[in-house]
Write a new protein. Structure first.
Length: 356
């Protein structure tokens, strides 16, 4: 594999760990309300949240970067749907069988969420991703046939409409879904496609500029949050705007994500090293980590299993969080490896039977 690809696979792994961290903090109720008093560990949680919040945009930048030059495959959609159904159905069966989920939970609506996960947004990310992927051939063709200036202007207008406006206007915009939708994924796809075709001159002039942009974006998120929080505590206004910098479509979030993406894009990681081979071996299973720990009933159970707590000093608090993330990640990778083995055996059996 190319050196740069290894760096992208490493970033894919880190991004998924960030996703798990976001869910650990959120589902574990460790993010104390920004509109009230915040403890030391509460501030620690929000700092960790700040550095991790770029995960979704980073994941989409990686996808868009490679998809723009890839051939659309309907088989990829089918594979992804089968992978999703494996987790929505099988995990639910296991949780019910082991008594972690009562049978009374299996209402008609819950069954629909399990059997029709895309339509019911069991995983909002997967629903948005698949819709974006279905549009990717059209988007890729447009990117290939547009002049650089045209593409740049389209992206800038989209970002003004869907990102910059919500980042600076202290009002609730009706079109704002906070980045939890396919429209935002399409915007990020186009940014990644532009990077793939033309690059960004600022980042090409130095290897550290990506890191600078990442840190600057994170500091921007923190600064906006602290300023708006101060205004709210003094005046009681802008309560809906306090946490807006943590939305996926906030301009500082996107800038930080692009910075981190470019930092890894510019990395030189030897492909023949043992660690590189391990990275490339693990990376394809990262989506399984998300599908396992975010299954509709699992998502509220695993934080308790891992003993989420806001007690203790900062080091203990951060250490517990890191341990939980690593545990969920490793278990998720192993489970998805098992799933892949099962899928391969079933596919092989099906192919052999069809030849008879």
């Amino acid at each position: 594999m190319k050196k740069r690809v290894v760096s992208m696979e490493l970033l894919r792994i880190i991004a998924m760990m960030m996703v798990v961290m976001l869910h650990y903090l959120g589902k574990g109720k460790l993010l104390e309300p920004l509109t009230g008093e915040i403890s030391v560990n509460g501030y620690t949680a929000w700092v960790i949240e700040s550095f991790s919040i770029v995960a979704v945009n980073v994941y989409m930048l990686i996808s868009g970067y490679f998809l723009v030059n890839s051939r659309f495959r309907i088989s990829r959609v089918i594979e992804l749907v089968c992978q999703v159904l494996f987790y929505t159905i099988l995990v639910e069966v296991v949780l019910v069988a082991l008594g972690f989920v009562g049978k009374d939970v299996l209402t008609l609506n819950r069954l629909l969420e399990i059997v029709f996960p895309l339509q019911m947004e069991h995983y909002w990310f997967i629903t948005a991703y698949i819709i974006m992927y279905l549009f990717s051939p059209i988007l890729s063709t447009a990117v290939q046939n547009m002049e650089q200036k045209q593409l740049r202007n389209v992206i800038l207008l989209l970002l003004v409409f869907f990102s910059l406006s919500k980042s600076v206007l202290p009002v609730q915009l009706m079109i704002d879904r906070k980045g939890y939708d396919c429209i935002w994924f399409i915007c990020v796809f186009l940014v990644a496609a532009y990077i793939r075709r033309y690059g960004l001159s600022y980042f090409e002039k130095g290897k550290n500029r990506g890191w600078i942009c990442y840190v600057a974006g994170i500091l921007g998120i923190m600064a906006v949050t602290l300023v708006v929080r101060f205004v709210y505590l003094k005046t009681g206004s802008l309560d809906h705007f306090v946490g807006s910098a943590f939305h996926y479509n906030h301009i500082f979030n996107l800038l930080a994500a692009v910075g981190l993406f470019y930092a890894f894009l510019r990395m030189d990681i030897p492909a023949d090293k043992l660690m590189s081979k391990l990275i490339c071996r693990v990376a394809p299973y990262t989506l399984g980590v998300y599908l396992l720990h975010e299954q509709i009933d699992m998502r509220n159970l695993w934080p308790g299993w891992l003993g989420v707590s806001s007690e203790g000093n900062v080091l203990l608090f951060a250490g517990r969080a890191l341990f939980a993330v690593l545990t969920v990640f490793v278990v998720g990778i192993l489970v998805d490896m098992l799933r892949m083995t099962v899928f391969q055996l079933v596919t092989k059996r099906f192919v052999n039977d069809s030849k008879k």
